[in-house]
Every structure is written in C-alpha cells, then in structure tokens.
Design a protein around this ligand. Structure first.
Ligand code: FAD
Length: 490
C-alpha cells in the first residue's frame, strides 16, 4: 500500500531540495517533483553566504558543499584606476567568515545526492498542474511529460517552483513589482588578469558596472549592465568578443576571457508576494520573491525560507506544536523578503548611476564612508546575512529584564547542539532552569550547557533555526514556560 505522504514539494531547485532534505531529516515523508528533465547545468546562483553555511552546519550536511566550493574573503570596488572601497569578510562573527563560491549546478547536485541517501528521489518530467485545498488535505494533479496524470492527496503543498510558480498562480496571489528597463550581459568563463582570486572585483566604470565573481581557479562570472533598453524585446545573448570588448573598456587593463561555459543577456525583475501561504499551501524561494542579483542573495534567501518552514512544519506534523505556529512563516519571511528586495535594489541603483556628476559624488561618498571600519563591517554582515532577525515576529517574546546583548529575535551566534532528527528549541541559562524546561517539554526543548558568550543573567530559548525566540532574566522560568505552552499541543 502506498505510504501516506505528508508533504508534496513542487520544484526541485535549490530551495525545494533544501526543504526536502530538512523534512526528511526530521522524519517527514515527502515527494518532490520537477517538470524539468534534469537539474540545471548552469552556474546561476554562485554564493553560499555565511548564514546559509551555518544553517547547513547545524543540519549536519555542510561538508557536502565545502569541498565543491572556493572561499571568497571580500570584495574590491574600483573605477579601474582607483580603489573606492574594500569589503572584508574576515572579521565577521561566524564560524564561516567567507562566502563559499559554488555553482548552483553543484549546490543542487550535493542536495540531490544527500536526499537520495535518505531514499527520496526527485521525480523529474513531472509538473504540478493544479491543486485544491480541501481544508483537511490538499489534492494535487501531477502531469508527466508523457501525458499521464496522477491525483495525489497530501497534508501540505509547498511551491518551490520558481518565478513562474504554479502554486502561486493556483493561490491567486499577485507577484507585484517591476521589470527593470535595462539590459545586462552575463558570462561564465576562464579569465586571466584578475588578482587576488579570492575577492569579488567590481568596476564602477563611467559607462556602467563590470563585476567579476570567482567560481574556481581561473573561472569567473562576469556581469555588466548595458544601460536603458530601447524596447521590451529580449536582448540577444552576447558573443565572447562582446564580453572581451567590455573587459577591455571597463576593466583595470590586461583582462582576457578565453572561453565561456555560458553567455546570456538578462533583465532584472523585482517582484514579491505579500503573503507566503494560505491554508495548506506555502511558497518559498523564487516562487515568492525575485530581485536583482546584486549581493547574490536570491538563492540564500530562498534556502532560508526553507529552513524556517521545515522545523515549523515538522513540529506541527509531529503533533508537537499547534498549527498556528505555521502562521509565523509568512510574517517572518515576508519581512526578510522586503528587506532583501530593498537592499538589492539600492545596490543596483548605486552601481548603475550614469550621470557623470552623480558618479563622482557616489564614488566620493562611498570612499569616505568605507574609510570607517564599522561601515565595512556592517556591509559585510548584511551580505553574509548575519544581521537577519525576526524582531517583529509573533514568535519573538521578551521576558522579564533580560540583558541587552541577547535580544529576542536575533541570531544566536554560537553553534548549538545538533538536532539531527528532531526540531527542538535549545534552552540556555542556569542549569536547573534549563533542565526543568527540557523535562517539562521533552519533545520541544533540549537543554544546552552554558557557553562563554552567555550572559549568566539570562534564560533563553533559541529556536531550531538559531534565532532567539524568548529572552528573559535567569529567574523568569515562568515566562519561558508560558512561551512554550503557547506553542505546544495540549
Ligand atoms: C541567469 C541567472 C543568474 C543568476 N545569478 C544569481 C546569483 O548570482 N546569485 C543568486 O543568489 N541568485 C542568482 N540567480 C537566481 C537564483 O538562480 C534563484 O534565486 C534560485 O535558483 C531560486 O531557487 P528556487 O529553487 O526558488 O527556484 P528555481 O531554481 O527556479 O527552481 C524551481 C524549479 O521548479 C521547477 N518547476 C517550475 N514549475 C513547476 C511545476 N509546475 N511543477 C513542478 N516543477 C516545476 C523548475 O523546473 C525548477 O527546477 C540567478 C538566476 C538566473 C536565471
């Protein structure tokens, strides 16, 4: 008899694969379908930022990515003649103080191989065609490219099906935003003349931006803006000669591209849904938000959507937490999506300024500002996604008189004890208090030994995704219990 599948995931891009891995880690049965015949062979999203690496670390499978990638330690912004700013990731407060440069094709391969080890295979050439939320379950129609269809009933449906999401369409959600009226070129190939190789190199040339992202020894991604587009027609993909001509004109001199795996023209879309779920259907990744590639945040934001949703779903499916826990997903991730869209939009606007006076002003202001180390540090934290938090979430509760350093809603900076098979909050604080909480809520709480960074005046509940949910004073056990009682099933 067929297993009762709890979750159907539509889309096996990096976000659907992350979600599937997280759910199977928690013992939840999933099916994951993708309408494409094979996973991408393109480098697309190139960066795994520190925060994403921390989350994979806690989940127990970061080691799959590390040997396949190359650490990048910062970025250099220059005019080609003069350095305007240097951003270093070396000083950021993470066990991964770098960006791991890894082609999306490899990221997907690592995730798919790990999923297969758990006995789950991506069902390819299978599209989610439609679905009906019946209240107690969701009925989905899947169609194979051969034409056969299947009706599948699951408890939950998650749309990780990218920018043209069928789940989003089925929910009737609008994807509000704009398509920027300017064209961009992209090339992925072997380039000589760039040094150092472990940095992003960004040239703010008077005719437009030219940015280089290291992929592996000698291999780089190049992105260049071409300025306002004459019409809505798709721009032809570039030739190698056109890319070389941009390198010669806008670079620091002596840059040569030898060959290319991928040459493409693209436009930037900035769009987002206003809510990420309704009833038993959820959206994650590009299905919910797309934006400028500036800052390389798109895939990372989507993966972090998946981490956020997975622990909540697993606790609800396991009967440990009330279904209302799931309401926090949209609130939390939509706020992060707004922030990421806004940051990426600003980065792009600054980079593509064309008026020479505005360019001069921009260069002077940025050079001055980055003279202050704090600003470079703040920029590095934002890029690494370490400053993401949930200050306004319904899951964020400030108890009695906690110390200022450990604010509820913030990322917990230290490694947590692993929760390889069960999502649980980590109680940190006086030994008797945390042991008491773990004993009273064994399926929801694990107790952690205190760490150096811990202010012993606090009692904290750190969520399974590493954010402080509750922060109270050491004696506020009643506050912590009230927090957990509000989440737990009776
Ligand atoms: C040219 C290019 C360059 C990029 N560069 C960067 C970058 O440098 N940094 C960055 O962060 N991001 C970049 N991105 C964006 C990044 O690739 C996306 O943010 C990321 O792929 C989103 O992952 P996802 O899993 O949400 O969606 P996708 O990767 O789009 O995956 C969605 C999957 O769903 C499948 N699917 C669609 N409809 C259905 C259906 N009805 N049923 C079943 N399956 C379906 C698709 O086949 C696909 O496999 C780039 C994208 C492009 C196109």
């Amino acid at each position: 008899m067929a297993q009762n599948i709890k979750v159907l995931i539509a889309g096996a891009g990096p976000v659907g694969l992350t979600l599937a891995n997280e759910l199977v880690r928690y013992g939840i049965s999933v099916r994951i379908v993708d309408k494409a015949a094979a996973r991408t062979d393109k480098s697309k999203a190139l960066v795994l930022w520190s925060r994403t690496l921390e989350l994979f670390d806690h989940a127990g499978y970061v080691n799959g990515f590390l040997p396949a990638g190359m650490p990048a330690h910062g970025a250099i912004i220059s005019t080609g003649k003069e350095v305007i700013a240097r951003i270093s990731l070396d000083g950021i407060d993470s066990v991964y103080p770098y960006a791991l440069m890894i082609p999306q094709s490899d990221t997907e391969r690592v995730l798919e191989e790990r999923l297969a080890k758990h006995g789950v295979t991506v069902e390819r050439n299978v599209a989610l065609e439609s679905f009906v939320d019946q209240g107690a379950q969701v009925q989905s129609v899947l169609r194979k490219t051969t034409g056969e269809s299947e009706t599948l009933t699951t408890d939950w449906l998650i749309g990780c099906d990218g920018a043209h999401s069928a789940v989003r369409h089925g929910l009737g959600f609008t994807f509000d935003g704009t398509t920027q009226p300017s064209d961009w070129y992209l090339a992925d190939g072997h380039i000589t003349g760039l040094d150092p190789q472990d940095r992003l190199h960004i040239f703010w040339h008077k005719e437009g931006i030219l940015a280089f992202f290291p992929i592996s020894e000698g291999r780089w991604r190049v992105v260049a803006d071409l300025g306002p587009a004459p019409d809505n027609a798709h721009h032809a993909d570039p030739t190698l000669e056109e890319i070389q001509s941009l390198l010669t004109k806008r670079g620091s001199g002596g840059l040569v591209i030898k060959d290319a795996y991928w040459l493409a023209a693209f436009r930037i879309n900035e769009r987002k849904v206003s809510q990420y779920s309704r009833g038993r259907a959820f959206l994650a990744g590009d299905a919910a938000h797309i934006h400028s590639p500036a800052g390389g945040q798109g895939m990372n934001t989507g993966m972090q959507d998946a981490f956020n949703l997975a622990w909540k779903l697993s606790l609800v499916i396991g009967g440990v937490a009330k279904p209302s826990l799931l309401d926090s997903y949209s609130v939390e991730r939509s706020a992060v999506g707004d922030q990421v869209l806004s940051n990426a939009g600003h980065m792009t606007e600054v980079a593509i300024v064309r008026n020479p006076i505005a360019q001069g002003l921009r260069n002077a202001v940025v050079k001055f500002a980055f003279g202050f180390p704090q600003l470079g540090h703040a920029a590095a934290n934002t890029l690494a996604e370490l400053d993401i938090g949930y200050p306004d979430s319904p899951l964020t509760v400030k108890g009695a008189h906690h110390s200022k350093e450990t604010k509820a809603g913030k990322r917990w900076p230290d490694r947590l004890p692993p929760d390889t098979s069960q999502a649980r909050f980590t109680a940190i604080g006086p030994a008797d208090a945390v042991a008491g909480l773990a004993a009273k809520f064994p399926r929801l709480v694990q107790a952690a030994p205190t760490t150096d960074k811990l202010d012993s005046q606090n009692l904290l509940l750190v969520r399974p995704d590493g954010y402080v949910g509750f922060a109270g004073s050491a004696s506020d056990r009643a506050g912590a219990e009230a927090y957990l009682l509000a989440l737990a099933t009776p």
